[in-house]
Structure formats: C-alpha cells, structure tokens
Design a protein around this ligand. Structure first.
Ligand code: FES
Length: 117
C-alpha cells in the first residue's frame, strides 16, 4: 500500500490552480475575498503576486506587460492604463512614488498558492 503525504495548507493560502494555468511570461487575476491579486509567472519559472489594481487609477496589472526593467535591472510589470512600472519583487514604483502590495507565492505539487495573510 502506498502512503501519500498529505500536506496541510494553511488557511491564509489561496489556491490559484495548476502551474499551467498561467502562461509563462504572463499574469492572471485571482479573487481572494474582496481582493484581486495578480499572479505572474516569468519565463524563467519565478512567480510573483501583487494587488491587481494599480494604485494610480486601478488599471488591471495582471494584463500588463512583464519583463526586465533595464534602468533598475528588476523584473517589473507595466500598467496597461498609463504605463507606470512596478517591481514584481517588492511592488515599488520604478517611475512613481506609488507602491503595490505584494504577496508570497508557493508552488506545491505543481499547484500555485498565494499567501494573502
Ligand atoms: S492606472 Fe496604472 S498607471 Fe494609471
């Protein structure tokens, strides 16, 4: 008989879905209670999660372009509304004083989880 390890998922973690739910190089918006969270999967496998609504005028960051910001050498998302850039790692604005909240992301058994605590 095979024994299967059942990993306990803390209540603060929300499941986004399987890894292939997000195309490499793109983002996806997930709803967690009254929050919208943008989850990004980079082409190199790294994952990041930020509030989906841009702090400027609520542009959907999950629909923004992700890539390396050459000036800061940080991976960033460009808001689709007015092109402000935010670092994926810590949510800081790269060309604005505005800031986006970030969330830890984990991959467990091929499934994506975001810590919304
Ligand atoms: S709404 Fe995002 S830059 Fe304006």
């Amino acid at each position: 008989m095979d024994l299967q390890t059942i990993e306990e998922i803390p209540a603060r973690m929300i499941e986004v879905g399987p890894l292939d739910h997000i195309t490499p190089g793109q983002g996806r918006c997930v709803i967690a209670g009254d929050r919208q969270i943008a989850v990004f999967r980079l082409r190199d496998g790294r994952m990041f999660a930020l509030d989906n609504l841009c702090p400027h005028r609520a542009g959907p960051l999950s629909e923004g372009i992700v890539g390396l910001d050459h000036a800061s050498q940080l991976e960033a998302v460009i808001c689709p509304f007015h092109s402000y850039k935010f670092a994926l790692r810590d949510g800081r604005g790269l060309d604005t004083e505005l800031h986006v909240r970030t969330y830890p992301v984990e991959l467990r058994d091929g499934r994506i989880f975001v810590d919304v605590a």
